[in-house]
Design a protein around this ligand. Sequence first.
Ligand SMILES: [Zn+2]
Ligand SMILES: [Zn+2]
Length: 99
Amino acid sequence: MARRKDKQGICELCGREVEERTVHHLTPKDKGGAHKETALLCRACHRQIHALFTNKELADHYDTLGKLKKQEQMQRFLKWIRKQSPDKKVKVKTASQKR
Ligand SMILES: [Zn+2]
Ligand SMILES: [Zn+2]
């Protein structure tokens, strides 16, 4: 896989260096964000965001990394995740498992 390099790097939210980052659309695609800004996040952060917020909430209130970082529950999560090893598989508590 030639694109391996792009995936490896610093998570834009927690700042940890991870082996694989995933693309998060700051404005969800189904809210018109397909061509808007994206962020490269580790799996843990990415999952946490979608566990906490609906796509509508993301589009309306959390369409920048700055806003996400200021959100109270995210702050608590980030404080915790920064102490975790990037290799460790973290379990993220999901408020609702349905997608
Ligand atoms: Zn992260
Ligand atoms: Zn996402």
